[in-house]
Write a protein that binds this ligand. Structure first.
Ligand code: NAP
Ligand code: MG
Length: 401
């Protein structure tokens, strides 16, 4: 069989622990036999990040900017325990944080829906994608423990020296105080990323914030989204039969619970943090969740939403059998290959991505799955497979297709 040819390389970001093991198995069994794979390889495994003083992470993000599409394996974000485990020179930053800062993106997370793994919310038939603004608000806050009586003020000093002052509160006793901010540029990027992704994936876009209570802060989010929609996207949305609407966050939450799914829910930073955990656990499992970082300039980085599955890796190192779910990592590859095919006009590559996804889901629907899914499935007659055998079963399904 002729393998599918590629034009532009994918930026391949290898990672750590159990997901690094799965990465190689996926390439060997599911990708390379079918595709004449072209990648520019970056080893983001913690050892290599340490050797290169984390330069490799920066280089991989720059390469993503250059080529446009990356696929990333889960990576360790070092903490104190990892400093000794890997004898690190420094407590290197989270690679995802570094990459996000360079690409200035918005993260879209969507559950992978499969028969037999039923969402707790019965009316959710299609995935709900959460788009989380990844800058500012309480994640870049300034806080004070107020010790006792006194006056709290919000002060802005313009470059020309003009001062604006508002009283926050006249404290009669002890309390707490917090200052948060966001920037117009970041909210605009967020809005554009959401509108582009909605067009890209042909889904409606919902956005909710608390503009009735926060008449300047949250209201600005609402206004900026509307301005950009009217000026740059309205016509295209209408031509595609897609909708954008804004509503109060509480109204959106109520509607989400009653909806069938199949739309994108744009969330401010905190709302996205909380709601993505709610949506992913209601859909079943973090191991069945894809994640893609989309930059305002149209650069894409695909990955799994879960971590490196450290506990399974230690079992693997001891020579014990593991049953780690590779679905989210497989879908990171298919997402990246499909996008590469789309950008380079290679239909076979896009069709292959579709087929591999179908084969993966069909394997699970036939009752062959990893342990995490076996524990929550509604299917009868389930065969629990180990990490490698699950991938081999998918290959059999794929070849039969
Ligand atoms: P994790 O790797 O997501 O795993 C947490 C637990 O969830 C696992 O122990 C396992 O439960 C279950 N799980 C997650 N993914 C699974 C899969 N594919 N198949 C089966 N079970 C799965 O999170 P963590 O243990 O908190 O973090 C480990 C490392 O990952 C950390 O060093 C962290 O920095 C890193 N991390 C990286 C990313 C990223 O690169 N995007 C994201 C998050 C965390 P059981 O053990 O009960 O089976
Ligand atoms: Mg969270």
């Amino acid at each position: 069989m002729d393998r599918i040819k590629m034009k532009t390389p994918l930026v391949e970001m290898d990672g750590d622990e159990m997901t690094r093991i799965l990465w190689q198995m996926i390439k060997d069994e599911l990708i390379m036999p079918f595709i004449d794979l072209k990648t520019e390889y970056y080893d983001l495994g913690l050892e290599h990040r340490n050797e290169t003083d984390d330069q490799v992470t920066v280089d991989s993000a720059e390469a993503t900017r250059k080529y446009g599409v990356a696929v990333k394996c889960a990576t360790i974000t070092p903490n104190a325990a990892r400093m000794t485990e890997y004898q690190l020179k420094e407590m290197w930053k989270s690679p995802n944080g570094t990459i996000r800062a360079i690409l200035d993106g918005t993260v879209f997370r969507a559950p992978i829906v499969v028969k037999g793994i039923e969402p707790c919310v019965r009316n959710w038939e299609k995935p709900i994608t959460i788009a989380r603004h990844a800058y500012g608000d309480i994640y870049k806050n300034v806080e004070i423990q107020v010790p006792g009586e006194g006056k709290a003020e919000l002060v802005f000093t313009a470059k020309d020296g003009t001062v604006r002052k508002e009283t926050v509160h006249e404290f009669k006793g002890a309390g707490i105080l917090q200052g948060v901010h966001n920037t117009r540029a970041s909210i605009q990027s967020f809005a554009r990323a959401c509108f582009n992704y909605a067009l890209d994936t042909r889904q409606d876009l919902w956005f909710g914030a608390k503009d009735t209570i926060s008449k300047k802060y949250d209201h600005s989010f609402k206004d900026i989204f509307q301005e950009i929609y009217d000026a740059e996207y309205k016509e295209r949305f209408e031509a595609e039969g897609l909708a954008y609407f804004y509503s109060l966050i509480d109204d959106i939450v109520a509607r989400v619970m009653k909806a069938k799914g199949g739309f994108i829910w744009a969330c401010k930073n905190y709302d996205g943090d909380v709601m993505s955990d709610m949506v992913s656990s209601a859909f079943g499992s973090l191991a069945m969740m894809t994640s893609v970082l989309v930059s305002p300039t149209g650069v894409y980085e695909y990955e799994a939403a879960h971590g490196t599955v450290q506990r399974h890796y230690y079992k693997h190192l001891k020579g014990e059998e593991t049953s780690t779910n590779s679905v989210a990592t497989i879908f990171a590859w298919t997402g990246a290959l499909r996008k590469r095919g789309e950008l380079d006009g290679i239909r076979e590559l896009m069709e292959f991505a579709d087929k591999l996804e179908k084969a993966t889901l069909a394997t699970i629907e036939a009752g062959k799955m990893t342990k995490d899914l076996a524990l929550i499935t509604t299917l009868k007659d389930v065969t629990v497979l180990n990490s490698g055998d699950f991938i081999k079963e998918i290959r059999k399904t794929l070849e039969a297709m």
